[in-house]
Design a protein around this ligand. Structure first.
Ligand code: HEC
Length: 294
């Protein structure tokens, strides 16, 4: 066997080992232990910070990088008095209530039905029958298609979709994140998300973890890096620098581009797994979106 072939074979078998399910992995991967370890790490590193004069509690991680700078926090608070995302909530609400051509509305679709204040907290979840993570963006589009409407472009490229997500986030404020991993399929999705989070990529060869775990609280150019804990609580976000709403999937892609990597496509199994992993790690935190960021 020549060297190149050997390397390729080795690489393929290592990759295959880390991607396929087997009984041993199921025993050794323990999401709950991972989550507790992440919380401990974050509290040990940052629990001494103060926000509004008080030491930070776990729920404060939903404030992102603001937990590192009282100045930035006070500025944020004054912007939130007249939040720039209000018109997006209103637009989203109109779209939510507007009947499709067939006369039905989103609330007739399974998963989008019932109390509108409880919808966002159901996502992301692992659907065992379909064998995939379902995110809210996707559920909205699937409801449209089921009712004979065209799906929106993903990752908030279509403003209608990001407005709908902004409206549902606002309705869901105060709910707790509660992502469940109760099947081998869900565990596989978690592991894929964890891998996406820890893999170095791009010309800058950086992983999400390298910035949002190891370097959380440090400055990169003029920005302070947020902790991964709490990433999912407050999206979509109105970004002043973009003058628009940015969805979580879009933000993931933006961070991939910032290390000069090709981002995974919107609604791909990798980005959905990443959202599932990050959401699981933030279990117990309060949903507090939408919000404002620079
Ligand atoms: C080179 C460092 C770096 C890497 C690598 C990186 N990010 Fe970021 N990320 C940033 C910076 C800087 C910001 C803007 C400041 C902040 O964290 O809010 C940011 C913002 C974010 C936000 C928004 C936080 C908020 O509160 O608005 C999320 C979510 C995020 N990153 C997720 C990721 C994920 C997932 C990956 C891996 C695919 C990743 N990032 C890779 C530096 C990085």
């Amino acid at each position: 066997m020549n060297n190149k072939l050997l390397t390729t074979t080795l690489f393929v078998s290592i990759a295959a080992c880390s991607l396929t399910a087997n009984a041993n992995d199921t025993k050794t991967v323990n999401p709950e232990a991972d989550r507790q370890a992440m919380i401990k790490h974050m509290m040990d590193m940052h629990g001494g910070n103060k926000i509004n004069g008080k030491p930070i509690a776990l729920d404060d991680f939903g404030m992102g990088a603001l937990i590192f700078s009282d100045d930035a926090y006070q500025q944020w608070k004054s912007v939130e008095e007249f939040p720039p995302y209000v018109e997006h909530i209103d637009e989203g609400e109109k779209l939510w209530n507007k009947p499709f051509a067939n006369g039905k509305t989103y609330s007739t679709c399974a998963g989008l039905d019932g109390d509108v204040k409880k919808i966002k907290a159901k996502y992301p979840y692992f659907d065992d029958a379909r064998g995939e993570v379902i995110i809210l963006d996707q559920a909205i589009n699937e409801c449209r298609v089921a009712n004979g409407e065209k799906p929106y472009a993903y990752a908030g490229k279509d403003k209608a979709l990001s407005n709908l997500l902004t409206y549902l986030a606002n309705e869901s404020r105060g709910n707790k994140i509660d992502v469940k991993i109760s099947s081998p399929g869900a565990l596989e999705a978690y592991k894929m998300g964890e891998m996406v989070f820890h893999t170095r990529r791009g010309q800058l060869n950086q992983s999400c973890a390298g910035c949002h775990v190891t370097s959380a609280g440090r400055k990169i150019r003029s920005e302070i890096i947020s902790p991964m804990l709490g990433h999912v609580t407050h999206f979509p976000v109105y970004r002043a620098s973009k003058g628009n709403i940015v969805t979580l999937q879009q933000r993931y892609q933006g961070c991939m581009r910032s290390v000069r990597a090709m981002p995974f496509p919107s609604n791909s199994k990798e980005l959905k797994a990443l959202e599932f992993y990050e959401a699981y790690m933030s279990n117990g935190l309060t949903l507090n979106g939408p919000t404002y960021r620079k």
